[in-house]
Design a protein around this ligand. Structure first.
Ligand code: GLA
Length: 719
């Protein structure tokens, strides 16, 4: 890994074993992008500067041939920081309104420094890690007093480049930041496929791939959270790229609120990608001397297809994003009460749940929604984070769990409030939504204005009181609606959405500093806030409220393009569509857990769950939680889903296979990936031993008559 600056041609080169990223300072001080792709070392890139080369000449009055001086402002050059209000109309990275209504910006180079390490952002989650090098460039706007601090960080030989920026108002008067994207990337081609991940509640992150066309394609959320509907992750890849071959560029965002991820193909057949906070509902005042910190943007390059993108993202998330110190350790078998009883429980029934959960091997008992205030239906009590008289004997439940050898976890939905709550009755102003208009309820609830310090302080105090009083090892942090009205806050309208997220991050930060042992799981009506911002605080996120295992094949497969299995909450549920064994196999390709009424299980069903637990305990941490994922067959493309995970030392692997429709006898070999060709592995499918070459060239033989929804889970171990 090395970041270098060549003063002779003012060239910055960021390079490791996976990629080179090159740009330079042109004669006017403007940064121009040159190259992002496979490592190219010292290769001469002077001819890659097309914008410059296309300069036109003209004959001046005295007959001399001259070059148009304004060329660097034209719209052809590959920009490193696309300007605003000048000739380039392919999309600006920053839009700033200054006094006198000036909105043009052109940032020019002032100085730079290259150093080991990577600073944390002050109010936002950010990547981190020891083996880091950072380039920081200071640029000043030629039209005003705005300063830009750009940063580029690379971690060892990981194929990811972390981009960040801060805007500093060095002038004496207030400015208004109307757009502050985290990155812009120009690529000198447009023959890409674009892949993005869209969905809905219970239908999260369905993969869609289509050729990029002329014009602008945007993946965006204006819902106040990253959303079920669109995920802040997308890939541009060669049209012929596969799981294993071809070039691919991926874009991701360390942020949980509104976002825009846009790819614009212009008349030059250049593709400009922009990624940042969505500028609808965004406008941020910056007083003299103040700084606006943008969230981090992640760029990934892979010359090993989509699988290469995913494995880079997975390593980044596990090694350089998640902060909990125990995230890599084996996690207890989690039992969750929600699908078993929803809100319909009392102390006695939960004690029976705990006893029966322990019998099927649970090691962490999570009491979901319904333990607080007067929460007997979902119409009431969000905001009242205390145990009301007669609701439940929480201490008794926790003591029981501990006596059965289980840890105890609990559910919160801190950012929400029901109008029917003590908190709302005393502080209706804590909820967003203008009093003069009818507020939009969603799941009978309103959104708390966490942009206000007193609201966040109140939540911190109430949650701390519970965490101080009871022995709690785990928190499920939920968020069950989108933001509707943005009005009714003391915070200026254009700052509300961003400050809500800052308030949430700050609350998470304070609680996690105070209770560093507690393990957090994120949730937002399932996977409505599945993003790198949330993963910084939550080493796992409930992937979807959909627990039908067939649907889960699609949801988990789609989610795996960006996110590692170690973060994907997945449970064996009560869904009757198939056996507990089949549901367990699919749940193993995620965090794994159990969620149903454990008192209703037959002895043979308990045995099925226990058997899956055994595999979980024996292999999951090494092979799935911390291993490398290879996708083998996509449910989006055919009748099978197959994927495998290989331990980092390549000594063990787990392979999942499932079909949806019934199939007659036919050849059906699934070629494995990621094994050591020279190692010999036993496999639990036919009990034979072969070398890795055999499994990768010939494959596991699943030739058989397949009933609908047959699943196989094959364990490979070095013989
Ligand atoms: C959301 C979550 C569920 C459950 C309920 C409780 O829908 O996704 O897992 O926690 O809330 O209300």
């Amino acid at each position: 890994m090395a970041i270098t600056y060549n003063a002779e041609n003012a060239l910055f080169r960021i390079e490791n074993a996976r990629f080179s990223y090159v740009f330079f300072v042109n004669s006017k001080g403007v940064l121009q992008h040159l190259y992002f792709g496979k490592p190219i070392g010292e290769t001469d890139l002077s001819s890659a500067d097309l914008g410059w080369d296309w300069s036109k000449t003209y004959l001046s009055a005295d007959g001399a041939e001259k070059i148009y001086e304004d060329n660097y402002y034209n719209d052809r050059s590959m920009a490193e920081v696309p300007s605003h209000g000048l000739m380039d109309k392919s999309g600006a990275q920053f839009v700033i309104e200054k006094s006198g209504g000036v909105t043009a910006t052109s940032f020019v180079y002032k100085k730079h420094r290259i150093y080991d390490g990577k600073p944390k952002l002050s109010a936002l989650p950010s990547t981190h890690g020891d083996d880091a090098q950072t380039l920081e460039i200071t640029l000043d706007d030629v039209y005003g007093n705005e300063r830009l601090l750009l940063s580029y960080t690379v971690y060892g030989d990981l194929g990811a480049l972390i981009r960040n920026a801060s805007i500093i108002n060095c002038g004496k008067t207030e400015i208004r930041v109307k757009r502050a994207y985290s990155l812009g990337l120009d690529l000198p081609r447009s023959d890409f496929d674009l892949m993005h991940f869209h969905g809905d509640w219970c239908l999260e992150r369905f993969a869609e791939r289509k050729p990029l066309a002329n014009g602008r394609f945007t993946v965006e959320s204006t819902m106040g959270r990253s959303s079920h509907e669109k995920n802040p992750f997308a890939v541009l890849c060669d049209r012929h790229a596969t799981e294993d071959t071809g070039e691919a560029y991926a874009f991701s965002f360390v942020y949980s609120g509104n976002f825009t991820l846009a790819a614009n193909v212009d008349k030059w057949r250049r593709t400009r990608v922009l990624l940042g906070i969505c500028d609808e509902d965004f406008s941020f005042a910056l007083g003299s001397g103040e700084t606006f910190e943008v969230p981090e943007g992640v760029l990934v390059y892979s010359d090993r297809g989509l699988g290469g993108v995913s494995r880079t993202m997975h390593d980044l998330v596990r090694n350089n994003l998640i902060t909990h110190k125990k995230a890599k350790a084996a996690r207890p078998v989690l039992f969750n009460s929600w699908e078993g009883c929803y809100l319909d429980f009392d102390t006695q029934s939960i004690l029976a749940y705990a006893e029966n959960a322990a019998k099927i091997g649970a090691e962490l008992f999570v009491l979901d929604d319904g333990w607080f205030g007067k929460r007997d239906t979902d119409c009431s009590s969000l905001g009242d984070w205390f145990v009301a008289d007669g609701k439940i004997d929480l201490k008794k439940v926790i003591d029981k769990c501990h006596s059965l050898g289980m840890k105890f976890g609990i559910w919160f939905e801190p950012e929400m409030i029901n109008p029917d709550s003590d908190l709302y009755r005393t502080h209706p102003d804590y909820a967003l939504g203008d009093g003069g208009y009818e507020r939009t309820l969603s799941r009978h609830q309103l959104v708390l204005d966490t942009s206000r310090k007193e609201v966040a302080d109140r939540l911190f105090k109430d949650m701390s009181a519970i965490l101080d009083k009871y022995e709690i090892d785990y928190i499920k942090w939920d968020h069950n609606r989108n933001i509707g009205e943005i009005t009714g806050s003391d915070t200026p309208y254009g700052e509300v959405c961003h400050r809500l997220i800052l308030g949430t991050y700050s609350l998470l930060d304070r609680l996690q500093k105070k209770y560093p042992e507690i393990f957090f799981e994120g949730c937002a009506s399932g996977g409505g806030r599945f993003d790198l911002g949330m993963l910084y605080y939550n080493p796992q996120i409930w992937t979807s409220d959909e627990t039908d295992p067939v649907q889960r094949l699609f949801i988990q497969y789609g989610t795996s393009y960006a996110y590692p299995l170690s973060v994907m909450g997945s449970h064996i549920s009560k869904n009757p569509i198939t056996s507990y064994t089949a549901k367990g196999r699919i749940a193993l390709f995620g965090t794994y857990g159990i969620e149903m009424n454990p008192c209703l299980l037959s002895e043979s069903e308990r045995e099925e769950v226990r058997e899956v637990n055994e595999i979980y305990k024996k292999y999951h941490c090494e092979v799935i939680q911390n291993g490398d994922l290879y996708r083998l067959a996509s449910p989006f493309e055919g009748n099978y889903t197959s994927m495998m995970s290989v331990s980092k030392d390549k000594s063990k692997a787990l392979v999942l296979f499932a079909n949806v429709l019934k199939e007659n006898n036919r050849y059906r070999f699934i070629k494995l990936k990621g094994l050591d060709p020279d190692k010999r592995y036993s496999n639990s499918h036919d009990g034979k031993i072969h070398d890795g070459r055999y499994y990768m060239q010939i494959g596991l033989n699943f030739t058989a008559w397949l009933e609908e929804f047959t699943t196989f889970l094959v364990v490979l171990e070095e013989a």
